[in-house]
Design a protein around this ligand. Sequence first.
Ligand code: HEM
Length: 232
Amino acid sequence: MGFDEFKELKPIAAALFSVIVPEFWDIDHYYRQGNIIVNATSLNSRLIAGHMIRNSKTSFGWLAIVIHWLIALTVVGQFVLGLYMVSLNYYHPNYQILPYYHKSIGILFAMLLLFRIFWSLINKRPGSVPGVRVWEHWASVIVQWAMNLLLVVVVCMGYLISTATGDSISVFDWFEVPATITSIDHQEDWAGEMHYWFALSVMILAGLHGLAALKHHFLDKDQTLNRMIGGV
Ligand code: HEM
């Protein structure tokens, strides 16, 4: 089968190929070269209403956007839920069930976070939008990676608290995550302290990060926020 026929007949294979095979990830590059991935690009674009799954040099792909907002929502929700549930006394009707939700969501969140870190590593980050200062660019890179790393610590500490007594974590009764490390002195206490302080640090950084995005949008009037909501 010739090159042109493959493009016509196997667009889905070409689209999948562009996601799976690293050498073909730089889709713009291959688009310009007239490589076969040119077809995958146009198919991806049509399938997902004009937005590609992967980041390009100038915009975030839809997967990075969806994961970003899912993580942002979950982080804030889990923080509020965590503070509320520890304020309840033993006789409150939600005393047992809220920690179960917090832990279940936490494990699913950890899986999503690891996937997001993997996805960020294999996807080139789009360059900053025109008008952004160099220091702002580097500050945003540092803050974004700091949030990722702090979140990894937060979920690890949450795991160590919940499994300190050897109990596994049931994730919505779908599957169990077994206990592993249980022998550290006062594990529940120090992991609990770290869980709280690192979560608080994430919230502070996320607040600054969100304010910076709003400043770009309303004061600088650039495309930074628009491209994280898929508008660019
Ligand atoms: C807990 C909440 C949040 C976390 C953990 C978080 C984390 C991140 C991370 C890791 C990135 C890098 C891109 C990626 O890997 O997907 C990013 C980018 C971005 N976030 Fe957030 N974010 C949060 C909340 C927000 C909020 C509330 C806003 C807006 C008000 C926002 C606006 C943006 C924008 C505009 C970018 C792209 C920045 C650029 O182009 O460099 N984020 N965020």
